[in-house]
Design a protein around this ligand. Sequence first.
Ligand code: NAG
Ligand code: NAG
Ligand code: NAG
Ligand code: NAG
Ligand code: NAG
Ligand code: NAG
Ligand code: NAG
Ligand code: NAG
Ligand code: NAG
Ligand code: NAG
Ligand code: NAG
Length: 813
Amino acid sequence: MRTDLNRSETMTSKGVRRLTHTHRRLSALLLATASSLIFLSSTNAQPQFPLPSSFVNPLIGSTGPEPNLSGGTIPSVSPPFGSCRWVVQNQQNWVSQTPFNYSDNYQVHGFIGTRQPAIWMGESAWVGVVPGSGDKIKTGWDERGMNRVNGSEEFGVGFYGVELEQEKGKVKVEMSATSRVGHFRFTFTGTEQPYIFVPVTRRSALFHDGDIFDHSYFPTGTVELTEPGKGGGSLQVCGSNDEMQDQVLVPTSIAENASNFKGFFCAQFSVHSSYGITLGNTTKERVVSGSGRELGAFIRFNAASKASTVVDVRIGTSLISTDQARKNIDNEIPESDKVEATRKKTEAKWAEKLGRFEIDTDDEEGKTVFLTGIVRAMQFPYEVHDPSPTGASQYYSGYDNAVHEGDSYSGYSIWDTYRAAWPLQLLFAPERIPGLIRSMLHDYQEGGWLPMWKNIVETKTMVSTHADSLLSEGIRKGFMSAFTDEDLKIMWQAVWKDASVPPANDGSTVYSDRQEGVDFEVRAGLTTYLNESMGWVADDVHSESVSRTLDYAYDDHVLSILSSLLPVQITSIVNNTNVTEFLNARARRNIWTVWNDNATAKGEGNGKGYVQARFLNGSFNSDITSGFTEGTREVYSFSQGFVWGDLIHDLIERRGGVSRFVDSLDEFFDGGEVDFTNEPSHHTPYLYALASPDHARSTQKRVRELAKANFNNAPEGLSGNEDCGQTSSWYIFSAMGFYPVDPASGEYVFDQDPHGTYNSTTDSYVLQILAEGAENKWFVDDVRVNGVSKRDTWRVKHEDIVWGGVIEFDMTD
Ligand SMILES: *[C@@H]1O[C@H](CO)[C@@H](O)[C@H](O)[C@H]1NC(C)=O
Ligand SMILES: *[C@@H]1O[C@H](CO)[C@@H](O)[C@H](O)[C@H]1NC(C)=O
Ligand SMILES: *[C@@H]1O[C@H](CO)[C@@H](O)[C@H](O)[C@H]1NC(C)=O
Ligand SMILES: *[C@@H]1O[C@H](CO)[C@@H](O)[C@H](O)[C@H]1NC(C)=O
Ligand SMILES: *[C@@H]1O[C@H](CO)[C@@H](O)[C@H](O)[C@H]1NC(C)=O
Ligand SMILES: *[C@@H]1O[C@H](CO)[C@@H](O)[C@H](O)[C@H]1NC(C)=O
Ligand SMILES: *[C@@H]1O[C@H](CO)[C@@H](O)[C@H](O)[C@H]1NC(C)=O
Ligand SMILES: *[C@@H]1O[C@H](CO)[C@@H](O)[C@H](O)[C@H]1NC(C)=O
Ligand SMILES: *[C@@H]1O[C@H](CO)[C@@H](O)[C@H](O)[C@H]1NC(C)=O
Ligand SMILES: *[C@@H]1O[C@H](CO)[C@@H](O)[C@H](O)[C@H]1NC(C)=O
Ligand SMILES: *[C@@H]1O[C@H](CO)[C@@H](O)[C@H](O)[C@H]1NC(C)=O
């Protein structure tokens, strides 16, 4: 780590960036403590606040009528950014189905440590544990189902508890977890022949092109049981499992290396009487090892007459080895720790995050949605590294099938999270940012490209190379000092490759969503985008061509920012061209290549000028629905690629001036084109305020309406997928009163004169957000940041709030 204030000042002095946040005030009277950007949150910081767990509802977003209309969240137990998340399981999980879907009346089929990061992504390296009783070990999914004792269930971020009925008696389950280790206490009461089944491999499902499920995928694995040594200790059940449901999406050049991927586990049982393995529904008593499909292990306990049998189980996980999984147990949950101690440890980690917010409001529902959202925004990407023998970290990489030194994370839903989740983490999880960035650089070094959607390895899901945005914003917001010149060189090489090297067979491969058997997708269609007599992705060659063109232009814009911040000797390598100007000009030019001035609104609308797909030969595709991903031409005509710097004024002019532009926004919202089940709409309500301060009220109204319509304190409380924290992050920023419409912009200064109060106990700066009466008053007359009115622009710079201070909203009805 390095601090180089002089260099930073030099760089900002030539910067022209502005506009990070538009002001909006939504629901609560908030008092938030934003931690500083320079990693002041030291690792030994103790949580200072009681965990406001009564204001976290882990069930929010855990059901919906169908996968697209569900948050796809699960009420999991794990610390922030935890490697494995443990959850009560009521359904098998695969792409489109998570391990838990809330309903009033469900049976419990076991407990799973999951690495499925989102409802539309696959599981990998799961671990499971299922209590039961009777002579026969119930290995089948249906026969494992157990009724819950009414009223016995407790959901929390660091604990889950339930009592499950058995044929005779019942079993009480108490579950907690650290990042790499699940911790259970099973208390069997009045049961006959109690046991615990450890499923190792299962029949799984692959999600192929064209939504075809093939249910005959059988991952394989191994298991081995070891008696405690003479000195006592635990019975150990260790093994591995090669399940990776998204294996069909792995880019071809790394597919062979990634095919070696395995998840490892090691479970330690405090007591046992006998044990064995299972294959399918065959039980093999006293057999101590096995391998193959539908494999499992079981451990029986002597039910000592009528007394309860209490079993403590700790299950370590690792992507490196069973040995490492065992070490992770020793590291995270010593044998003497009871489940209560683990719960306390994990809740303390959440308290450190949640305790940064002190919210004073009568709106209890809003407060619960807000704090639950913080939990959701601090789960991904998740840690895949383990401690190394030297005390640093090490991780398994599926890109090159090797173990490396350093940090690594998985679960990068970047097309979603670049919008608000990453900006939120930059503010409230700054201690993670250097590792999260390094992880992306490792992916580049080991696999050749930065991640797009990393689920263990790249899956080529969604479009464009928005890691460019994450890196640019991270550097823009003060994290350059965490990196050496060598790191920064690698960073620039990686993003420049995104911006200049098309994927393999670019002219002939469609790179459709989840296309199988192709290499890294990156900026598919870059060849024609780079061609100076074209500049767009051709709709007759590539899928999602308009979305791609707009997103590539956005990424050019953010890289222009990055290039202006990195040391000049690193970026000035491109043909003696000024790369900052080059990328800025390319973004401004190419984005208009898919704009058709003559296109008109559907039906009676007066909207004029829309984005539209273009063919290789230059003509527009008359099918106005072609070329988009997770959105329509209406929403993409307000793309984030258009709304940075003064480019938004060009967009406004194309639509015929401010008044017609605002009319077209009204048409968009009132005509039901806004769609909060997907991300491309997220920034759109803020465009009124950007268009003109005179229209800020419309932003205020739309944001409030969208928040109320799409976020509720209920299991069906999210109208669209959470997408690794992006959806909740929209709510959190909106509730605080501002939103990162153009995340990587905004001038960062190493401000030596912070406005806010530094609190050495919490190692953070205090940002107060005051909005009296906001529960009932929707509109804002004025907003002052540290006393300075922002009513003329409705914008605030990152550095004006990151050091704390006061934002005061004057609310009105
Ligand atoms: C969840 O379960 C309910 C009730 O069984 C069902 O109607 C719904 O479709 C399921 N939702 C998802 C997202 O699977
Ligand atoms: C769900 O969304 C996906 C991705 O946008 C889409 O392909 C699929 O058709 C949708 N499914 C339903 C049932 O609407
Ligand atoms: C047990 O195995 C038999 C024979 O393969 C099969 O028909 C049955 O469905 C299995 N039962 C369970 C519960 O898996
Ligand atoms: C479960 O308990 C709740 C109240 O705790 C009650 O309303 C409900 O009827 C009970 N359900 C059953 C099946 O006993
Ligand atoms: C596979 O991994 C090995 C190192 O483990 C590496 O040398 C090789 O380049 C990798 N293959 C590809 C295609 O990346
Ligand atoms: C660029 O596009 C023009 C117009 O389609 C085409 O004639 C030319 O061959 C392209 N150049 C390259 C290098 O592909
Ligand atoms: C740099 O020069 C090379 C070789 O002439 C050319 O292929 C490349 O497109 C140029 N890059 C830029 C950014 O102009
Ligand atoms: C590149 O252009 C930008 C914007 O015009 C300017 O600020 C910067 O100093 C230039 N960089 C170099 C290395 O000349
Ligand atoms: C729009 O219409 C005008 C008048 O018919 C025509 O000159 C122009 O080329 C058209 N522009 C596009 C992009 O089709
Ligand atoms: C351009 O290409 C499209 C798609 O191949 C074709 O339908 C259209 O007729 C072509 N237009 C011209 C002017 O050649
Ligand atoms: C600093 O934080 C601690 C812990 O929350 C709190 O008790 C104390 O009042 C704070 N001090 C100031 C000056 O705000």
